[in-house]
Design a protein around this ligand. Structure first.
Ligand code: PXP
Length: 245
């Protein structure tokens, strides 16, 4: 099976930094540690309210020698920042001000007219667009029609079922991911996945053959408190590789 890239999301290093309004801990140093431990790329979500990552972080992260995946809402402000910063990839996500984290995937069927020109603008600028979507076959068709090269499947429902220990729901959610990944790959989409994954829940997702990349953040930063970020990334990488054998 082909290898699975690990994108490390360092948003919550910035959350801790912002709690005191100073400079520590530095998300760029966290990104460097993650790369040293085997991350293939860095992911960061620049939110409208800048609650964690800020504009200056994005500029510094872009200067690192690994691909930067900028998670962003499909707004004119964020498209402008992406065109200026030129990350390797832009992952379009739904964003609500009141949410704690990204809830659910993008509505790419209802939102087609809003998304299409923004996807085209980013693509023309050489930025690889991915759409953060629910694992659903009709949604794969819609992503393909929008000419997005990549989709990231939202693993939140699977992870919630795993945390609840609900084996039946875990199997159901995993099956949705497997079917969506196969369908999307069949259409020529590159398939990524992420949200809520932990060391305990990553294995079955990492084993899905059509997946090319996982983006993981919160659980890694949480684990880093106890074992350090290098060890946390190393352990996640190892769990992904084991699942892939
Ligand atoms: N992928 C996307 C598109 C996300 O929005 C997030 C959360 O910022 C993640 C992956 C990572 O999720 P988590 O922090 O729960 O691992």
């Amino acid at each position: 099976m082909s290898s699975l890239r690990l994108g490390v999301n360092i948003d919550h290093v910035a959350t801790v930094r912002n709690a005191r309004g100073g400079l520590l801990p530095d998300p760029v140093r966290a990104a460097q540690e993650a790369v040293a431990a085997g991350a293939d790329g860095i992911t960061a979500h620049l939110r409208e309210d800048r609650r964690h990552i800020r504009d200056a972080d994005i500029a510094s992260l872009k200067a690192l020698p690994v691909p930067l995946n900028l998670e962003m809402a499909a707004t004119d402000e964020m498209v402008g920042i992406a065109l200026h910063t030129r990350p390797h990839a832009a992952c379009l996500v739904p964003e609500k001000r009141e949410e704690r984290t990204t809830e659910g995937g993008l509505d790419i069927i209802g939102g087609r007219d809003h998304l299409a020109p923004r996807i085209a603008t980013l693509t023309e600028a050489g930025i690889r667009v991915s759409l953060f979507v629910e694992p659903d076959e009709a949604v794969m068709e819609a992503a393909h029609a929008l000419k997005a090269p990549v989709v990231e499947l939202h693993t939140g429902s699977y992870c919630e079922a795993a945390v609840a220990g609900d084996a039946e729901r875990v199997a159901h959610e995993l099956d949705r991911i497997v079917r969506a990944a196969a369908h999307g790959a069949g259409l020529g989409l590159e398939i990524h996945a992420g949200h809520g994954l932990t060391l305990d829940s990553v294995g079955p997702v990492a084993a899905v053959p059509h997946l090319r990349e996982l983006n993981i953040g919160h659980a890694l930063i949480a684990e880093a408190i106890f074992v350090g970020l290098r060890q946390a990334v190393h352990d996640m990488r190892a769990a992904m590789d084991r699942a892939r054998r």
